[in-house]
Write a protein that binds this ligand. Structure first.
Ligand code: SF4
Ligand code: SF4
Length: 583
C-alpha cells in the first residue's frame, strides 16, 4: 500500500502548537530517527520512515498534516507532486478530438493542476524532484488516449486556448473596451460572429471595468474561442450567468468540438455539465492533499456515480451518503400557517419597474426563485426583507427575516469566529460542522476566498433568529459537492426550525433538489419584471422551462432532472403534452 504524507505549509504554525508538537510526539522521532524534521520554519516528513501510526495528524491543532494510505489499485507514481510532502495528483483527464470532456469534482482536488499540465503551463514531475520530459510522459501513459495526446504535444501539434476560472480578475490586467480586448486575440477574424453568438455584440464599446460579471464571463469565453487552437479548455464557464445564458453558452461550447478540435470543461452546474459534455472524469481524494482522476465515463453514468458517492471499480467511497432526487414532483404538505403575504406590489428602481401581484408564504416551506439576471429577483427579496419599501401595495411585516445578499462584502478584518458567535453557540452541529467552517474560524473575513465567504455568509444568515430566511444565490462560488451538501443542510435546518426559506439561484439542479415550491420571474431584463407564484414545483418549473423552450426528464437511475435534446422524440412528446418538467 502506498502511503503519502502531506504537510499543508500555510496551516503549519510551530509557534501556535507549542514548538513543533508533531516532532515531539512522533514515536519514530522518539526512537531517535528523523521522521519529522524542521524545514524552513515548518516541518517535513520522511515517508520512508513514517509508520502511519496516525498520531501527528491527530495531535496537530491546525490540521496541517495528512497521512494517507492510498487505494491499493493505485499502484502508480503521481503525475505531479508539489515538492516533498506537497499535493499529489494521480492521472490526468484526457482530451478527445470531436468530444467535449467534463471534469467533475470538489475544489482543491487538483482540477486546475490537471488543466495546467494539459495546457503546457505546468511541466509535471511524475512525483520526482525534476520536470519530466515528453518521452517519460508518453511512457507513463502508454496504451491510453493520453499517450496520443502527449505524442501530439511533443510534436507541437496541440495548440491550447484556455479560459481561466476567475473572470473577475480580468479588469485588473486588461484596460480599454471589450472590442479592444477581443481584437487583440482575434486570430480567426470572427469577432462579429462570435460576439453575436454570445450576445455581447451590444457591449463591444463598453469599458472592461464597467461590465457585469455575466458579461465578463462571456467576453472571456469569446476571447478564448477567437484564438486558433485545437484544444479549448473552459474552467467554470457558467459562473455569473443566469440559466438562459448558461444554456446558450453550453450549446456554444458543445458545437466547438469537431474531428480536429477537443474541448475540456470544468463545471459545477450538473444540468449544464450533463447538457454540454459527452464524457466526464470524476476527481476524488482529499482537497489540498491528493487528487485522483478516474477513467472517463459517459456523462450520464459519470454523474450518477458521482451522486451515488461510490466508485465501484476502484472500491472507493468518496461521500458517506448518496444524493437522491424525488421521482415525482413533491406534493408539499402545506401547513395552514401563513407566514407572510403580499398584495399589489409595484416598485420603480430608476427606469426598472417591478410588479408582484399576490402571494403568500407558508410555514415550513422552501421556495425556489427562478428568473433571468436583471429582472427584479433581488429587489423583490429586498422588499420582503424590508430593505426597500414598495411604491404601492403591501407586505405583511409581522414576520422576522434574515437575509443573505447576492454580493458579499468582506473588507472587514474581523475574525470569522467573532462574526459567527451566535451560530457557533447554537448551531455547531447544524451549520458550523456541515458547512466545514471550523478551519476558517481563526481567519479574517477579508482573507477568505469566494467559496469560503459564501459558506460563512450562509451560516451567518441561518444563525440569526428569524421566521423567514432569504438566501440570494447561495450556490455561487461553491463547488458541486458543496452545493449538494448545502441543499441538504438548508432543508434539514428549515425543517428543524419550523421556519421557511426563499432561495434565489440559477443552478436548476440545486433548485430542484432544495425547493418544495417555486416563484418564477418574468419580464425584460433592466426594463420590467413580474413576480409570479409561489406555485407547486410542477406548475412553476413547467412555466419556467416553457419560456426557455426546453423540457426536463428524470434520469431513470438517480431521478435527477436532465435536459432533453432539443427536438428529440421525448422533447417533442413532452411539449405536445405540455409537460415541460416531468415526462
Ligand atoms: Fe505544529 Fe502542526 Fe506544524 Fe507540526 S504540523 S509543527 S504540530 S503546527
Ligand atoms: Fe510519525 Fe508518521 Fe506517526 Fe506522524 S504518522 S507520528 S510522522 S510515524
Amino acid at each position: 500500500m502506498t502511503r503519502i504524507a502531506v504537510v499543508e505549509r500555510e496551516k503549519c504554525n510551530p509557534e501556535g502548537c507549542g514548538d513543533f508538537l508533531c516532532i515531539r510526539v512522533c514515536p519514530v522521532n522518539r526512537m531517535g530517527e528523523e521522521c519529522i524534521v524542521k524545514s524552513e520554519g515548518k516541518v517535513a516528513i520522511n515517508e520512508e520512515l513514517c509508520t502511519g501510526c496516525g498520531i501527528c495528524p491527530h495531535r496537530c491543532p491546525f490540521e496541517a498534516i495528512s497521512i494517507i494510505n492510498l487505494p491499493e489499485e493505485l499502484d502508480q507514481d503521481p503525475i505531479h507532486r508539489y515538492g516533498q510532502n506537497g499535493f499529489h495528483l494521480y492521472n490526468l483527464p484526457t482530451p478527445i478530438f470531436g468530444k467535449v470532456v467534463g471534469i467533475l469534482g470538489k475544489n482543491g482536488i487538483g482540477k486546475s493542476t490537471a488543466i495546467k499540465v494539459l495546457a503546457s503551463i505546468l511541466k509535471p514531475n511524475l512525483g520526482k524532484d525534476k520536470e519530466a520530459d515528453y518521452d517519460s510522459l508518453i511512457d507513463y501513459f502508454k496504451g491510453s488516449e493520453a499517450q496520443i495526446f502527449f505524442e501530439k504535444l511533443k510534436e507541437q501539434k496541440i495548440k491550447v486556448a484556455y479560459k481561466p476560472q476567475q473572470v473577475e480578475l480580468i479588469p485588473k490586467t486588461q484596460k480599454g473596451t471589450v472590442k479592444d480586448l477581443l481584437k487583440k486575440v482575434d486570430e480567426k477574424k470572427e469577432l462579429d460572429k462570435i460576439s453575436r453568438l454570445l450576445s455581447i455584440d451590444k457591449i463591444l464599446d463598453h469599458n472592461i471595468k464597467d461590465i457585469s460579471g455575466g458579461e465578463l464571463q462571456r467576453v472571456a469565453i469569446a476571447a478564448t474561442v477567437l484564438k486558433k487552437a485545437n484544444l479549448y479548455i473552459f474552467d467554470e464557464p457558467t459562473s455569473y450567468l443566469d440559466i438562459k445564458q448558461r444554456l446558450k453558452v453550453a450549446k456554444f461550447i458543445k458545437e466547438l468540438a469537431d474531428e480536429n478540435t477537443a474541448v475540456l470543461v470544468v463545471e459545477h452546474d450538473l444540468i449544464i455539465l450533463d447538457y454540454m459534455t459527452d464524457l466526464v472524469h470524476l476527481m476524488y481524494g482529499k482537497p489540498s492533499v491528493y487528487g485522483i482522476v478516474s477513467l472517463p465515463k459517459t456523462t450520464k453514468a459519470g454523474i450518477n456515480v458521482y451522486l451515488s458517492g461510490f466508485l465501484r471499480e476502484q472500491n472507493v467511497r468518496f461521500r458517506d451518503y448518496e444524493i437522491r432526487f424525488e421521482t415525482k414532483p413533491p406534493t408539499p404538505k402545506r401547513s395552514d400557517h401563513i407566514l407572510t403575504s403580499w398584495q399589489g406590489i409595484t416598485k420603480k428602481f430608476g427606469s426598472f419597474s417591478l410588479k408582484a401581484d399576490k402571494g403568500e408564504i407558508f410555514k415550513d416551506d422552501v421556495i425556489g426563485i427562478l428568473g433571468e439576471n436583471g429582472i427584479g429577483k433581488t429587489s423583490f427579496v429586498r422588499i420582503l426583507a424590508e430593505q426597500a419599501k414598495p411604491d404601492k401595495g403591501q407586505v405583511d411585516t409581522k414576520v422576522t427575516v434574515s437575509y443573505k445578499p447576492q454580493y458579499l462584502e468582506a473588507d472587514s478584518d474581523e475574525l470569522v469566529m467573532t462574526v459567527l458567535q451566535k451560530a457557533i453557540t447554537k448551531y455547531t452541529n447544524q451549520l458550523i460542522n456541515p458547512l466545514d467552517i471550523k478551519p476558517l474560524l481563526m481567519r479574517k473575513l477579508s482573507e477568505l476566498s469566494g467559496g469560503e465567504l459564501q459558506r460563512v455568509s450562509i451560516a451567518l444568515c441561518l444563525g440569526n433568529d428569524a421566521q423567514l430566511y432569504l438566501l440570494d444565490e447561495p450556490s455561487a462560488y461553491l463547488d458541486v459537492e458543496q452545493r449538494l451538501r448545502l441543499g441538504k443542510i438548508i432543508g434539514e435546518f428549515i425543517e428543524q426550525k419550523g421556519a421557511s426559506a426563499l432561495i434565489v439561484d440559477h443552478d436548476l439542479l440545486f433548485i430542484d433538489y432544495i425547493s418544495k415550491d417555486l416563484i418564477v420571474f418574468d419580464g425584460e431584463p433592466a426594463i420590467s419584471g413580474e413576480c409570479k407564484g409561489p406555485f407547486n414545483m410542477e406548475t412553476g418549473m413547467s412555466m419556467f422551462l416553457k419560456d426557455l423552450g426546453i423540457t426536463f426528464r428524470r434520469d431513470e437511475e438517480s431521478h435527477r432532472p436532465r435536459t432533453n435534446k432539443l427536438d428529440s422524440v421525448k422533447d417533442r412528446e413532452q411539449k405536445k403534452k405540455n409537460k415541460y418538467y416531468y415526462s
